[in-house]
Design a protein around this ligand. Structure first.
Ligand SMILES: Cc1ncc(COP(=O)(O)O)c(C=O)c1O
Length: 384
C-alpha cells in the first residue's frame, strides 16, 4: 500500500489506503477501455464483464442473489436513493438510532419534512459493554420504542463513533413480527471489509456500503443490497438509462432487480479496482479470520489505552471490530481538545481523526496494522 510507506495510519474507517495491485487494476482498465473503444461495440463486453464480476463478488459477500445488488457512488446514496422510492404515508414514524451519521440523518429529516413523517430516536450510543448484553439491550429498547406507526428503523451495523456492533439480523427478525413490518435501513459504512456481513446484509431491506473504507477500494464506488420486498414495492428515484430494463427511447419499464436504483454512466475502472481490493482481502482469510486479526490490533490498542493515565475509551470492553474511540485529560485534569491531540499526532506522521458526537478521538486498526504501529501510537499519546 503506497500510502502506508511514509505514515502511521489509523483512519481506515475514514478511507482505506489503495493497495498497489488495485491501483494497477484501475490503470489497466483505463488503458483497456482506450484500446478497445472507448465508445465502440468492442468495449461493451469488457465493461459488462467488469461490472458483473464485481456484482457477483459482492453478492457472495452479502449472501444474496446478484439481482439484489445495486451499485452506487457511496454509502449515503445507497441509503438515500431506495428510501426516497418507498411508499410513505403522512404520519409514518422513522425510528433512528442515536449514533447514525449526520449525513444520513439530514436526508431522513428532509424525507420526513416532505412527507409529513415523524422521526423518533432509539438510544444505542450509550451501549459500551460486551456484544451479547448489547444485543439484548437493543432488542428490549427496540420493543419499547416501536409503535403501530413505525414504518422504518435505521441502524448502523458497526457504530462509527463508539465502535459498537448492532445485532442487525435479530433486529430484522423482531421487525418481521411487527404488524406493519417496518423497513430496516442499515448503514454499513464501517462494516463491509471489517465484519462478516452476510447475515446482516441478507436480513436488511437496505444494506448500504462503500468500497473506499474498510475494503480499501477507490473512492467513488459503493453498493447496496436490497430486499426482495423492497424491490417489489419501491420506485426508482434518480432515473436514467441504466434504470431501464431495455435500452433505447420509449423502451418502457424499469429493471425489476436492484439496477432500478442505478442511474447512468459511471467509471468502469473503479469496478476493476474494488474487485482487486476485495480479492486481496479474501486472500487474507475468511471474514471471521479477518475480523479476528483486526480485533487483535484493536484489542492491543484498547488494552494499552487502559494503562495510560487520563485516557477514557468509549467502550468498556475490547472492541468487537476495529474502531477505538477515546477521550483524554491533560496533566491538570482538564479535558484535552481532540483536535489538538489529532494535530499533534499528525505532526509526527500518525493519522487519527476527531469525532463530534461524542467529541472524541478515533483510531482504527485494520489487517495491515502492526504491533509496532500500535506501540508507537501509545508512546506518542504518552508523550502528550
Ligand atoms: C457511518 C457512516 N455513514 C456514512 C458515511 C458517509 O460515507 P459516504 O461518503 O461513503 O457516503 C460515513 C463516512 O464516514 C460513515 O462513517
Amino acid at each position: 500500500m503506497p500510502a502506508l510507506a511514509n505514515k502511521t495510519y489509523f483512519n481506515y474507517g475514514g478511507q482505506g489506503p489503495l493497495p498497489g495491485p488495485s491501483l494497477a487494476a484501475i490503470s489497466e482498465a483505463f488503458a483497456t477501455i482506450q484500446e478497445l473503444g472507448p465508445f465502440s461495440d468492442n468495449v461493451w463486453p469488457y465493461v459488462n464483464r467488469t461490472v458483473s464480476a464485481l456484482r457477483e463478488r459482492l453478492a457472495a459477500w452479502f449472501g444474496v442473489d446478484a439481482a439484489r445488488v445495486a451499485f452506487t457512488e457511496n454509502v449515503t446514496s445507497g441509503c438515500v436513493l431506495p428510501l426516497w422510492g418507498l411508499p410513505w404515508q403522512a404520519g409514518d414514524e422513522l425510528l433512528v438510532g442515536d449514533a447514525e451519521h449526520y449525513g444520513v440523518v439530514a436526508a431522513l429529516e428532509e424525507l420526513a419534512r416532505r412527507h409529513q413523517l415523524r422521526i423518533t430516536s432509539l438510544a444505542v450510543a450509550d451501549l459500551a459493554g460486551d456484544v451479547w448484553p448489547t444485543a439484548a439491550a437493543v432488542g428490549q429498547r427496540l420493543e419499547a420504542a416501536l409503535t403501530p406507526r413505525t414504518r422504518l428503523v435505521v441502524l448502523s451495523h458497526l457504530l462509527w463513533n463508539t465502535g459498537q456492533t448492532m445485532p442487525i439480523a435479530a433486529v430484522a427478525a423482531q421487525l418481521a413480527n411487527h404488524p406493519r413490518h417496518p423497513w430496516l435501513l442499515v448503514d454499513a459504512a464501517q462494516s463491509l471489509g471489517s465484519l462478516p456481513v452476510a447475515e446482516a446484509a441478507a436480513a436488511a431491506d437496505i444494506y448500504a456500503c462503500t468500497g473506499h473504507k474498510w475494503c480499501c477500494g477507490p473512492e467513488g464506488l459503493g453498493a447496496v443490497a436490497l430486499s426482495e420486498r423492497l424491490l417489489e414495492l419501491s420506485s426508482p428515484t434518480l432515473i436514467g438509462w441504466r434504470t431501464l430494463e431495455h435500452d433505447g427511447p420509449g423502451a418502457g419499464g424499469y429493471h425489476r432487480d436492484a439496477r432500478r436504483f442505478e442511474v447512468a454512466t459511471s467509471c468502469t475502472p473503479l469496478f476493476a479496482g474494488l474487485n482487486r481490493s476485495l480479492q486481496l482481502l479474501e486472500a487474507e482469510g475468511n471474514a471471521d479470520q479477518r475480523l479476528m486479526a483486526i480485533r487483535e490490533r484493536s484489542g492491543q490498542l484498547w488494552e494499552g489505552l487502559q494503562r495510560l493515565g487520563g485516557v477514557d475509551t468509549l467502550l468498556e470492553v475490547p472492541p468487537p471490530a476495529g474502531l477505538v474511540s477515546f477521550t483524554m485529560v491533560g496533566s491538570t485534569g482538564e479535558p484535552m481538545d481532540p483536535a489538538v491531540v489529532v494535530k499533534r499526532l499528525g505532526d509526527r506522521g500518525t493519522w487519527l481523526r476527531t469525532l463530534e458526537s461524542p467529541r472524541c478521538v478515533r483510531a482504527c486498526t485494520h489487517l495491515v496494522s502492526t504491533v509496532g504501529e500500535v506501540d508507537r501510537l501509545l508512546a506518542q499519546l504518552c508523550e502528550g
